[in-house]
Design a protein around this ligand. Structure first.
Ligand SMILES: *Cc1c(COP(=O)(O)O)cnc(C)c1O
Length: 416
């Protein structure tokens, strides 16, 4: 049977042995899928989602019943006052950018308390020069590093006492760094500290890859505004593009007026026929996130058994869907990533090479054999070509396809 996929028998054995060790983790993940499914179903009921919500608007997109229903569902699922869920957001990075420009004014100070933010934000903030950066508008930026994978609570308190900070950014998922991702308990703890020192600071969370992994979202523990991508967790592998911003109503208004225009805000924005896909996406999201998590746990176990450094380990509780394998070797990183591409449904015949990507400073090697371009809730793997050559693997629309993709990647690695 495996001959059709050109996978060696010893690889299959390795994976199946590891699978047995993952049973307890899988049970925990199943409970989370169930909890989140309950949340989603209840919000569909509460907001009386009907077939008419699937209708499309064009042009200005006034009175889009479906769009309004979707935004209520997202707000309820995320425990937020309001949400802005739009296909006019090009990506998660775009939604983060809109959020920054919506909340900050010349002379304001932006502070990151989780170290350097995601690579694509370098030029947005002005860490790398760009004539359209926040910096070019006179908005300053500072950052406080994490210590031992946790916030530097003392330094944050000290900083807030000595500076007038407008927005604090927290990035939960590790991005292309070697740190651990930040769990919801730590987010809650640091927010209560921040609000005690300065209740006016706006706390903004980059929640990419973290939705529906733990039983609470940042907006349920005091986050003012939170951002995520629809080609990651909450799109459920079905949303064709877009992103969301959720949080306090007054801040969502500001974000809407920056995305569209002052005076029209959230009341415009045609949906052009994607409402059904967005609704179906969030409906499937609990289960799809669960499949991605199981794929990540299995990957961690198999690669650890093979002697590689992995983060997190398969027994650890997870914060996001990302699995790191630290290869310390460019050839191994590329060969594993190639295998993920070969085990994907689309473009499986493509031979992956590292290349220069817009928004990133190092060359990046990337496997994305997905139905939606660049989707990383679908099985995907990427890594910057720099020490210590880490593969960031994530996604898997179903566990079985995730497992088969992993087999292909491990096979490639073993027979390098
Ligand atoms: C994916 C991701 C983003 C946004 O990425 P896009 O590719 O622009 O959607 C931002 N922050 C983190 C931590 C991410 O993982």
């Amino acid at each position: 049977m495996y001959q059709d996929l050109e996978i060696h028998e010893n690889t299959v054995r390795l994976i199946e042995e590891a699978e047995e060790k993952c049973r307890d983790q899988f049970k925990k993940i199943d409970r989370m899928i169930y909890k989140n499914s309950l949340k989603v179903l209840a919000s569909f009921h509460k907001n009386e989602i009907t077939e008419s919500h699937f209708n499309a608007t064009t042009g200005y997109g006034y009175s889009d019943l479906g769009r309004d229903g979707i935004e209520k569902v997202f707000a309820d699922v995320l425990g937020a006052e309001r949400a802005l869920v739009r296909s006019q957001f090009i990506s998660g990075s775009h939604a983060l950018t809109v959020c920054f420009f919506a909340l900050l004014r010349p002379g304001d100070l932006l502070l990151s308390i989780s170290g350097k933010p995601y690579d694509t934000l370098d030029e947005v903030i002005g860490i790398e020069e760009n004539p359209s950066s926040l910096k070019s508008f006179g908005i300053s930026y500072d950052q406080i590093e994490l210590v031992n994978n946790d916030f530097d609570y003392e330094k944050i308190e000290e900083y807030l006492k000595n500076h007038k900070v407008k927005v604090i950014e927290i990035q939960r998922s590790k991005g292309y760094s070697t740190r651990k991702s930040i769990g919801i308990e730590k987010v809650e703890k640091v927010i209560s500290l921040i609000k005690k020192v300065d209740p006016n600071v706006i706390v903004m969370v980059d929640n990419c890859y973290c939705e529906m992994v733990e039983d609470k979202e940042p907006t349920e523990v005091g986050t003012d505004v939170m951002v995520g991508s629809l080609i990651k967790n909450l799109g459920g592998g079905i949303a064709p593009n877009g992103a969301y911003i959720a949080g306090r109503s007054d801040l969502i208004d500001l974000c809407a007026e920056r995305l569209t225009l002052p005076g029209e805000g959230a009341e415009v924005g045609p949906t052009l026929g994607i409402n059904k896909q967005i609704l179906q996406g969030i409906f499937m999201a609990p289960s799809v996130v669960g499949s991605a998590l199981k794929t990540a746990v299995l990957t961690s176990c198999v690669l650890e058994n093979l002697g590689y450094d992995v983060e997190p380990s398969y027994q650890e509780d997870r914060v996001d869907i990302v699995q790191n394998i630290i290869f310390h070797d460019p050839k191994k990183l590329v060969s594993f990533t190639r295998g993920i591409q070969q085990g994907s449904p689309i473009d499986s015949n493509a031979l992956v090479e590292a290349w220069d990507m817009p928004g990133y400073q190092d060359k990046v090697v990337m496997a994305s054999g997905s139905f939606t371009q660049g989707s990383s809730i679908e099985l995907s793997c990427d890594g910057p070509m720099r020490e210590p050559y880490i593969a960031y693997m994530q996604g898997g629309l179903t566990y079985d396809y995730g497992k088969l993709g992993l087999m292909k990647a491990v096979d490639n690695l073993i027979h390098l």
